[in-house]
Design a protein. Sequence first.
Length: 316
Amino acid sequence: MITDINFGGPHWRLGVRRAAATAALAMAATAALASPTAAAPDSPNSYTAADCAGRSVPASKISIQMFSYWGWTREVGTEAVLAELSDIGYQNVEPFGGTYEGRTSSEFADLLGRYSLKAPTSHGSTNEAQFDGTLAYAKAIGQKYTGSGGSASPGISTYENTLATAQTLNRLGEMSKKAGTGKIFVHNHQGEFTNQFADPETGEVKSAWEILVENTDPRYVTFQLDVLSAAHAGVDVVSLIEEHGDRIELLHVKDGFLNGDARAIPTDVGEGDIDWAPVLDAAQGTVKYYVVERDGAPVTREFAEDSFNFLTCYSY
């Protein structure tokens, strides 16, 4: 359930930006005003406007998880939000089960087309008994991957369950590939990394995420790495991508302030604790879609716009 999060409101964000401002930003202010799409968010972990010489994360690879704007969608409707996203420059969205407002697959596909948007990924159902229906919907709206906001059954609560989940993913992924909707992906939260189990035969301790990677078929299963959740679980995200980059075809570009054992405080991309430069460097060449997300984003276009500008400004 999304709650109204006051962190990230305009006055709070302004305070963060002022605190993080540097002399380089001041020197680049004129250029930033002259070219709004080149203006980088003001954060110690982001780039100044002077660094925005290229658009090295193409708009065609940037998407946005619609769960971010669940609150805004309930206020103004899906179509109004899609219109804003298209106006910003998004070419892709990642729907979830609550963003259709009862539309059929063909009606939703038509709505996306009206705003020149595609849905290459979606957080849908991994219920194996009903997966044919999930695939039919995915095919109708043009998905290239299937998946959910988590993994599949029976889950990752034990070593045995994690192995069984890997086999479920292999079956669902093969079905999806045969249906023309691509691989199935696993989206992580913290538990995929904090749940750790000893191999009964070797005694080696591995995370549930590692066990899923090792026991799924790369022809049928890939991973959507949620960067903030992984970082919050204590993972070295850059090393993880470098080691398993061939299995991570999707990146959830999610930023925030790490908050110890408490829930991370979400921010726009480039305004939190994530050091994006090495993450995006590591992802280059293997990640197919960069999906921005912010839980409980304020009901304005600012999150989507700031995050889009940050990614399209990033230069390696």
